[in-house]
Design a protein around this ligand. Structure first.
Ligand code: SF4
Length: 90
């Protein structure tokens, strides 16, 4: 299992989650963050940090966003890691 970033992150990209992650899971693009499922240890530290409730355990992802499970895997593989907080988009 792993945690998954979903739709509400797009255009927000708060990045508070990045600072609490002990496993360096987060990758970034211009609009959103993505979690590498190979690295996530399901500690849940990032979940309460997200102001838009975008992060779910994969088995708990709302049905309308289940395609984000695969998207996180693909995006994390292709995009750079982020280790420090950045200015949110909104
Ligand atoms: Fe990182 Fe823990 Fe969130 Fe996984 S659940 S992305 S290990 S903070």
């Amino acid at each position: 299992m792993a945690h998954v970033v979903t739709e509400p992150c797009i255009g927000c990209r708060n990045t508070a989650c990045v600072e609490v992650c002990p496993a360096e899971c987060f990758h970034i693009d211009e609009q959103s963050l993505w979690i590498d499922p190979e690295e996530c240890i399901d500690c849940k530290a990032c979940v309460p940090e997200c102001p838009v409730d975008a992060i779910f355990l994969d088995v708990d992802v709302p049905e309308k966003w289940t395609h984000f499970i695969k998207l996180n895997e693909e995006k994390a593989e292709a995009l750079p890691l982020i280790f420090e907080r950045k200015e949110p988009l909104s």
